[in-house]
Design a protein around this ligand. Structure first.
Ligand code: ATP
Length: 424
């Protein structure tokens, strides 16, 4: 069978890597892929990005299932296009992807269906937005309505920062159309967790829990990034909290989408804030898997991913029981010099070891140039270690990180610190 994975990041490398392990998979195409997917004989990069051309490719190559990694093609309607051609694809339609592509849509949806989230209001009028901030005080959170590649959220600790963020989005148009509308919401304190499920329109299959690290530097300092590391499972999500998240957030979301006439299919990712008392609230929805959460999650998945995907596109996810490696998987992102603002490209990467049962290196911003592996994007690699405890997984990951070299590499030394600190 031939499979197509759409995207070029570490998430897509991990999905393609896992799919290629299936005995029934003959080839996994990755569009456009990266240096890691180019270097793996079971994978083949294809240089097509337009969804209509990709659908033509899928027809010509008799692709059995297409899996979409990033949000941009989903928001552009790649699932609608593939389905119009009778192709099997796992992801939400353009309409359902609004859960991620419009924060105003997501907030109104959550309000309508009683899903716990921060209080908010949406604005297009600058003066009204400024007045609202003054009436609420700081800290307060300003979010661009549309997709802004992680740059559309300002957690303002002072009124000045909040007013500046509104000006940046609504009057200076720094984020273009994405920031033409802003959601201003209550600041939530607590610990974040990622909760990712697969949805086939009606059945819900939760994946292993995970936790991301958004800030660039150790101790959660420095600017926000796409994510500097993640591990799975996340001990903060106890079995009782898991049940509560399913009951209060995930089930009502999937049922609400169906009630609203836009049934959800695809990966549904709830970014959660768990307060000091253990109450979960939804910070955001993503309609795809997280990056870097996918990398440790796929490293732990024992079940054949092709079989899972087949059930997902046929509406029979209720027949699937996932089996997970009992070990912790912990992924450390190695980013390029200059990331997240202006990542430098073209640095030569050396020292990536062969995969072992304890460690696998997923590529993101890498490419092959004249036979050499070079950096070609912000987040370059995600080194995943597996071990019987978070500490053991950390040790495995960092031993490998220390063998890999490229000029200006940036990475955190403390991925997993919350889990290490947590009382057993
Ligand atoms: P991404 O898709 O890259 O995760 P995004 O641009 O969709 O990010 P959000 O996830 O909504 O944005 O917010 C980014 C980060 O901002 C969150 O991970 C969280 O750390 C912080 N944040 C968002 N909303 C709140 C809130 N109401 N209170 C406190 N922190 C918040």
């Amino acid at each position: 069978m031939k499979i197509l994975v759409v995207g070029s990041g570490g998430r897509e490398h991990a999905l393609a890597w896992k799919l290629a392990q299936s005995e029934r998979v003959q080839m996994v195409y990755v569009a456009p892929g990266n240096g890691g997917t180019a270097g793996d004989v079971r994978l083949q990069n294809i240089d097509i990005s337009d969804p209509t051309w990709l659908a033509q490719f899928a027809i010509k190559e008799n692709i059995a299932v297409t899996v979409v990694g990033p949000e941009v093609p989903l928001a552009a309607g790649i699932v609608n296009i593939f389905r119009d051609h009778g192709l099997k694809i796992f992801g939400p339609t353009r309409e359902a992807a609004q859960l991620e592509s419009s924060k105003d849509f997501a907030k109104a949806f959550m309000k309508r269906h009683g899903i716990p989230t921060a209080e908010y209001q949406t604005f297009t009028d600058i003066a009204a937005a400024h007045r609202y901030i003054d009436s609420k005080g700081a800290p307060i959170v300003i979010k661009a309505d549309g997709l802004a590649a992680g740059k559309g959220v300002v957690v303002a600790m002072s009124l000045q920062e909040a007013h500046d963020a509104v000006d940046m989005m609504l009057s200076d148009n720094k984020l273009g159309n994405a920031g033409a509308r802003v959601v201003i919401e209550e600041f939530l304190a607590g610990e974040e967790a990622s909760f990712i499920v697969m949805v086939d329109g009606k059945n819900i299959l939760p994946l292993a829990t995970s936790q991301d690290h958004k800030r660039l530097q150790d101790n959660d300092e420095g600017p926000n990034t796409g994510g500097m590391g993640a591990y799975s499972p996340a001990p903060i999500v106890t079995p009782s909290l898991h049940a509560r998240i399913m009951r209060e957030i995930i089930n009502p979301t999937v049922q609400g989408m169906t009630k609203d006439g836009i049934p959800f299919t695809g990966f549904l990712y709830a970014g959660l804030m768990i307060d000091a008392k253990g109450n979960p609230k939804t910070l955001e929805f993503n309609c795809r898997m997280g990056d870097p959460e996918t990398q440790p999650i796929m490293a732990r998945l024992k079940t054949d991913l092709l079989t899972v995907m087949e059930h997902a596109v046929n509406g029979t996810l209720d027949a699937v029981e996932l089996e997970w490696d009992r070990r912790t998987a912990l992924g450390v992102v190695m980013a390029a010099a200059g990331y997240p603002d202006v990542p430098r490209k073209g640095d030569v990467i050396t020292g990536i070891p062969e995969e072992t049962p304890e460690c696998v290196v997923f590529h993101a911003g890498t490419s092959l140039s004249k036979g050499q592996l070079v950096t070609s994007g912000g987040r370059v690699l995600c080194v995943v270690g597996l071990g019987d405890s978070v500490r053991m997984a950390q040790k495995q990951a960092y031993e490998t990180v220390d063998k890999i070299r490229f000029d200006g590499a940036q990475f955190r030394r403390d991925i997993g610190w919350r889990a290490v600190k947590r009382p057993a």
